[in-house]
Ligand binder design. Sequence first.
Ligand SMILES: Nc1ncnc2c1ncn2[C@@H]1O[C@H](COP(=O)(O)OP(=O)(O)OP(=O)(O)O)[C@@H](O)[C@H]1O
Ligand SMILES: [Mg+2]
Length: 329
Amino acid sequence: MSEEANLGKEEFECLEDLPGVGPAMSKRLRELGFHTVESMATATAKELAPAGIGEKKALQIIRTARSSMALSFIRADELMKMRQTVSRLTTGSKMLDELLGGGLETQTITEFFGEYGSGKSQICHQMCVNVQLASQRGGLGGGVLYIDTENTFRTERIVQMAQHLGLEPEKVIRNIVFAEAYTSDHQMFLLDNADEVIKENGIRLIIVDSLTSHFRSEYLGREMLAERQQKLNKHLHKLVRLARAFNAVAVVTNQVMSRPDIFFGNAVHPVGGHIVAHTSHTRVLLRKSARGPIRIARLVSSPYLPEGETIFKITENGIEAAVDEEKAG
Ligand SMILES: Nc1ncnc2c1ncn2[C@@H]1O[C@H](COP(=O)(O)OP(=O)(O)OP(=O)(O)O)[C@@H](O)[C@H]1O
Ligand SMILES: [Mg+2]
């Protein structure tokens, strides 16, 4: 049985994707101020007439645009049914899983943020291996799409982690589809064109490590903040739609700098502000500790889980329990 969550809707990215809208027509529509599928979904047939579109055809296009968006009501019991297809992916640490309500969940985005060396990329690597485990072992039996913006993905590390879990390293490596993103535009392009790759490779985990580095270096200063925010939102929106459509886990990372001037409270802040804080998803702050391999994870934002904190450790084996979790219960 395919585990793909069939959310039943066809989704259209841009005007040209709508059946019946060719390049010439989309050009006329843009001249009229209709640039997106969203704007078409809320248009009236009369508004489209100046583009030379007859009423019947206009209604048809508008209806299609609407059907691709969540512009209708659904009952809460149906919503509950949709939630039931959500699966969980283990992090490798029982305590960290528990903090996250049983592991990383499919159909939403989990953001790991923290300063350099806090373990964001290590978690990404571990997830690449764990997702390939069978469900009895906390995996999803699926492949990975890894978008790397900082050239920090290492197959050697995957091999180490796979061996520790008793998996065949060559097989694990083969199930990871990798792409390096050279610019923020390229990064967006990769995700915008990922659906086929995801489908063909049975991908259940999509990683963007790091989500923000290119955006930060390219969109400098206050005057570019709005544009950067808008692009990032679009990118995240695309990601969450892919996660939903393929019942996949989505993981993004975001580097923040520690501020030595603050001694109390939350002593880290994202470079350039909370640029991704406002999209509804699970956010986990990672911190280094005084004890070498030990890391502190703090759940700072979740749609439904309480805030909380736990520890895990990074070793040669990968992400592991910080204490003997069986004994700790
Ligand atoms: N093979 C290994 N064995 C033990 N620990 C390791 C190993 N590889 C990496 N680490 C630990 O992980 C740390 C690096 O973490 P990671 O690369 O995930 O940081 P990051 O949060 O992604 O940082 P950045 O913001 O710079 O990308 C190292 O400093 C080390 O403590
Ligand atoms: Mg990293």
